[in-house]
Ligand binder design. Structure first.
Ligand SMILES: NC(=O)c1ccc[n+]([C@@H]2O[C@H](COP(=O)([O-])OP(=O)(O)OC[C@H]3O[C@@H](n4cnc5c(N)ncnc54)[C@H](O)[C@@H]3O)[C@@H](O)[C@H]2O)c1
Length: 347
């Protein structure tokens, strides 16, 4: 297949390398001429992948027309989320209509509250759009470590096409029709990862981490289902799976930023030290706006917002979460409850 990856960050390059090893003809679009030239010459990204050389088969270009034409079978959008709309707009003419597109970027647009696939549907109408998301650190995929991912699209044909293109003994690809659920899981987990990092930075232990992961997926599921996603998606790879990997791994830039904030640094200082786009910071604001729009309280995400944007300390945020009103763990259906739990209160 002839495939173009639009974006040459860590994930774009891990995908391009994987697809080249699968025998596809792969072109990568870099957003600057200088970066396209550097990658063509040096074929490595030592900060992200020390000691890894990209396969010789990958072609790097900066020209949009050349990039779009080279991806006649599939275009993979892989720029960081703040650049998805501007990049798609800049490609509008070159892409035209009738193309297969999948997007691997995670995040919710702050101003519009759109997901990444929503943005592509908006900017590139007349194309078939899907998303590819899951617990997939680029640093492990590029080394061929066993990894799983979900190919979602309203078009079953596209979801299965992307599955066929990507699947290998190293990368197992599942399909799903629930684009919204897959995207919300992938975007909102970054906000919980910031919280998990803050807990680590404060020196708290595994109990606190387990609580944040479990109550975090509870929050994400509540909002996602209210917005129309299927609950089972949030229990899957792109939901719980991605949340676990992001909260536990040092590969996660959101968790690393959270650790610095937990240690007392400001959001700006933490972002500068991590040195890459910390997408959870953008998604935190968007998630808060969605919580208000859909009238769904998201206690952890609200506290993350207070720490990031209102100067609250991470320690105070944890204290407030621990001291919230007492409640049952889940919203049980009345028919599942014993009689004494169904009526009134024992207190
Ligand atoms: N890194 C991972 O392990 C991983 C895994 C799964 C999904 N993702 C998602 O993939 C997306 C990209 O992640 P990444 O790790 O490759 O990010 P990155 O920060 O390494 O790369 C971002 C890329 O965005 C593009 N970019 C930067 N500035 C731009 C501009 N002004 N205009 C247009 N494009 C510009 C460039 O191609 C740049 O390399 C993110 O949404 C991330 O959540 C990452």
């Amino acid at each position: 297949m002839k495939i173009t990856v639009i974006g040459c960050g860590a994930w774009g390059m891990a995908i391009a390398s994987h697809l080249t090893k699968q025998g596809h003809s792969v072109t990568v679009w870099a957003h600057s001429e200088a970066e396209a030239e550097r990658l063509t010459k040096e074929r490595e990204m030592p900060n992200a992948f020390p000691g890894v050389r990209f396969p010789d088969g990958i072609t790097f270009v900066n020209d949009r027309r050349a990039a779009a034409d080279a991806g006649e079978d599939l275009l993979v959008f892989a720029v960081a989320s703040p650049f998805t709309r501007s990049t798609a707009e800049s490609f509008k003419e070159a892409i035209g209509t009738g193309k297969r597109i999948t997007i691997v970027t995670k995040g919710i647009e702050e101003e519009t509250l759109m997901t990444q696939a929503d943005i592509l549907e908006d900017v590139l109408p007349g194309n078939t759009i899907g998303v590819l998301s899951g617990p997939t650190h680029a640093e492990e995929v590029i080394l061929g470590m066993p990894t799983t991912i979900v190919s979602a699209s309203k078009s079953r044909q596209l979801a299965e096409f992307v599955q066929d293109v990507f699947i290998s003994p190293k990368l197992r690809v599942y399909t799903s029709p629930d684009v919204l659920g897959v995207e919300l899981g992938g975007s909102l987990k970054n906000v919980i990862a910031l919280a998990a990092g803050m807990a680590d930075g404060l020196g708290y232990g595994d109990n606190c981490k387990a609580a944040l992961i479990t109550r975090g997926i509870h929050e994400i599921t509540k909002l996602a289902v209210r917005m129309g996603a299927l609950p089972v998606t949030l229990q899957g790879l792109s939901g719980m799976g991605d949340l676990i990997v992001t909260c536990a791994s040092m590969h996660s830039r959101n968790r690393r930023a959270g650790i610095l904030i937990g240690q007392g640094k400001s959001m700006e200082e933490a972002m500068a030290e991590v040195g890459q786009v910390v997408e959870g910071v953008y998604s935190a604001k968007a998630a808060k706006a969605l919580s208000q729009k859909y009238d769904t309280p998201l206690p952890i995400i609200e506290e993350v917002n207070r720490v990031l944007f209102e100067g609250e300390s991470a320690e105070e945020a944890v204290r407030k979460l621990m001291m919230r009103d007492r409640k049952m763990e889940s919203s049980f259906r009345p028919e599942d409850l014993p009689e004494c739990w169904r009526t009134g209160s024992s207190r």
